[in-house]
Design a protein around this ligand. Structure first.
Ligand code: MG
Length: 589
């Protein structure tokens, strides 16, 4: 990287609460400064001087005062009103001790499309600003009437040719318009007055709506924020890197928690720019699912075809196995956990520490594998094991049990785990999977269910077989959405035999409505014997290109999840989402 960002800031609009709470949360999370949102000040009983002194007490600098709107491209006969407004805000800024002001491009219907007029008006504001020791940072709002791309804003700033008139870079506005860091190629760093960073999930909606309600912290969305930040720093910008995130979620969240997520996102951004700190793992494989013990758990696992493979040498933990699928039952923990295999293990642990992800507090016996555990925001613990054959491989902690599980099972392992998270925890959980484990999110899918809606997104590593699906269920008032592990999918090379065995062991399998098979036939025109076979075994089916998925579900089981057994053929890579609405309806009955 070029220079490392030195100062970290956050906009007060990115935190919920009233101004004192926002400032305290920003300071507690270790931020150096804030962007003071004018509305937060206007609604505060504190005079600007009191805000300044409170910030000083907390060790915060007011890096930016924002925003002043519709200041350029104004019909000339109305520009005096702008001057009046601007002078009044400069007086406020003097009391705040703020020396940079964000001015955004005009959104008014009657804005004038004339870059020279815009430049001239910014130059006149620049004279006023300079007299107060203030710098203007001019931002192209993505929905600006005429100036809506960063290149246009730079053009106006260049024409204004005034030392107190600079460019503001906001990663959301740049990226949401389809630009990237290359749009800043000709901009000298000392002409960039401020850098605001925000990410967002890719959504097909109006830019204003997208920006106001769905921005998120870097690492939680899908925009290439690092590219724009890298270009800005490479240009020589050395001011604050400041988070400006608006969303419905942060409006409702605890500001202290949001501030910590925000700080983590900047650390992640720094690491991805500098290639410093321990990198995200290159390969991640699924190892085991750990479930809390309970009276019915051994019988349930037995009926699913699992047998005890080993007992932990020092803890009340049992390892169950069917084929190559592993489940660990922990009588000493109330929480589910996911075991993953990656290398080197200590790098993941130190990365978790650097990114402020909390460690699982679990003692380690002498001679046991070093399995660092990290608690994810949803409460699911993740244990990190070294690959098989290495000293810190999880299976070495278990004393094998004779005769051990039968060797003839076709189950090949844990295919995926679906985790239900509350809507307000989703971004944080996404951040966990992305920033810590380097998993890549797929697109968001939405399903109707009988009493609500399910939003689903699958995550996978660049290399390795781990698959995690995050679900958010929106249910009606008075109903509690599920949370935690809701689905455990095991892969097999023979799903027919699997369902036959499950059925004969008395496992409650999901009955598939006959209408489903009529629809399958309509969609795929399947060979009659295949269709009859699917129907006979109660299997669901999907096909994409040359790949096929045959799968079946149990009804929800006592531990709170249902089990899926699936057979992927011909490189099928999805999750059978065309049948998800059927599963949701049948399982809710
Ligand atoms: Mg902005």
């Amino acid at each position: 990287m070029t220079a490392r960002p030195t100062r970290k800031g956050i906009a007060t609009v990115s935190l919920s609460g009233v101004l004192p709470e926002k400032l305290e949360a920003a300071a507690a999370a270790g931020f150096d400064g804030v962007e003071l949102f004018d509305n937060d000040l206007i609604a505060s009983p504190w005079a600007p001087r009191e805000v300044a002194s409170r910030c000083a007490d907390l060790g915060l600098r007011v890096d930016l005062f924002q925003p002043i709107r519709d200041v350029e491209g104004v019909p000339p006969d109305r520009f005096d009103d702008v001057l009046h407004r601007f002078r009044a805000k400069l007086a406020v800024m003097a009391e705040l001790g703020a020396d940079t002001v964000l001015c955004c491009s005009n959104v008014a219907v009657d804005a004038v499309d004339d870059p020279d007029l815009s430049a001239d008006q910014l130059r006149r504001l620049g004279d006023l600003a300079a007299a107060s020791g203030v710098t203007i940072a001019f931002e192209a709002l993505a929905w600006g009437r005429h100036v809506h791309r960063v290149g246009q804003a730079w053009d106006v700033v260049r024409r204004a040719d005034h030392p107190a008139v600079t460019l503001a870079v906001d990663t959301f506005h740049v990226l949401s318009r389809g630009d990237d860091g290359s749009a800043l190629a000709d901009v000298p760093g000392d002409r960039i007055g401020f850098l605001q960073v925000a990410d967002a999930p890719l959504l097909d909606m109006g830019l204003l709506e997208w920006s106001r309600h769905h921005r998120c912290f870097p690492g939680e969305g899908t925009l290439d924020v690092a590219d724009v930040v890298r270009a800005t720093l490479r240009a020589g910008y050395d001011g604050p890197v400041s988070l400006e995130v608006f969303s419905d979620l942060v409006r409702e969240a605890d500001p202290r928690r949001t501030a910590r997520d925000a700080m983590r996102s900047l650390l992640f951004l720094e690491d991805s720019l500098a290639a410093e700190g321990p990198p995200a793992p290159a390969r991640v494989d699924a190892a085991f699912l750990e479930v809390p013990g309970g009276p019915g758990v051994p019988a349930l696992l037995g009926s699913l075809g699992f047998s005890v493979a080993g007992r932990h040498r020092t803890k009340p933990v049992t390892w169950w196995r069917q084929g190559s699928a592993d489940v660990v039952v922990n009588d000493g923990s109330p929480d589910p956990a996911l075991g993953i295999v990656t290398s080197p293990v200590p790098a993941v642990a130190s990365r978790a520490k650097r990114l402020l992800w909390p460690e699982v507090d679990r003692t380690r016996g002498a001679g046991e594998a070093h399995l660092p555990g990290i608690t994810s925001p949803s409460g699911l613990h993740v244990f990190v094991s070294a690959p098989a054959g290495e000293e810190d491989h999880w299976q070495r902690d278990f004393a094998p049990v004779a005769p051990g599980p039968a060797a003839d099972s076709a189950w090949t392992g844990l295919d995926h785990v679906a985790l239900a998270v509350p809507a307000e925890r989703l971004n944080e959980q996404v951040s966990f999977l992305r920033t810590l484990l380097g998993l890549v999110p797929g697109g968001t899918e939405e399903f109707m269910e009988p009493h609500g809606r399910l939003r689903s997104r699958a995550f996978r590593p660049g290399a390795g077989d781990l698959r995690v699906v995050l679900n958010v269920e929106d249910v009606g008032a008075g109903r509690t959405p599920p949370s935690g592990v809701t689905q455990v999918a095991f892969a097999t090379s023979d799903v027919r035999s699997a369902v036959v065995a499950l059925r004969s062991a008395g496992v409650p399998l999901m009955a598939v409505p006959d209408n489903y098979y009529a629809d399958l036939d309509a969609r795929f025109g399947l060979a009659p014997d295949l269709l009859a076979d699917l129907r006979c075994h109660g299997l669901l089916y999907d096909r994409v290109g040359g790949g096929e998925l045959l799968h079946a579900f149990t009804m929800p089981l006592a531990p709170g999840f249902h089990v899926e057994v699936l057979e992927r053929r011909g490189g099928y890579d999805g999750y059978g989402s065309a049948g998800t609405h059927v599963r949701l309806a049948v399982q809710r009955r």
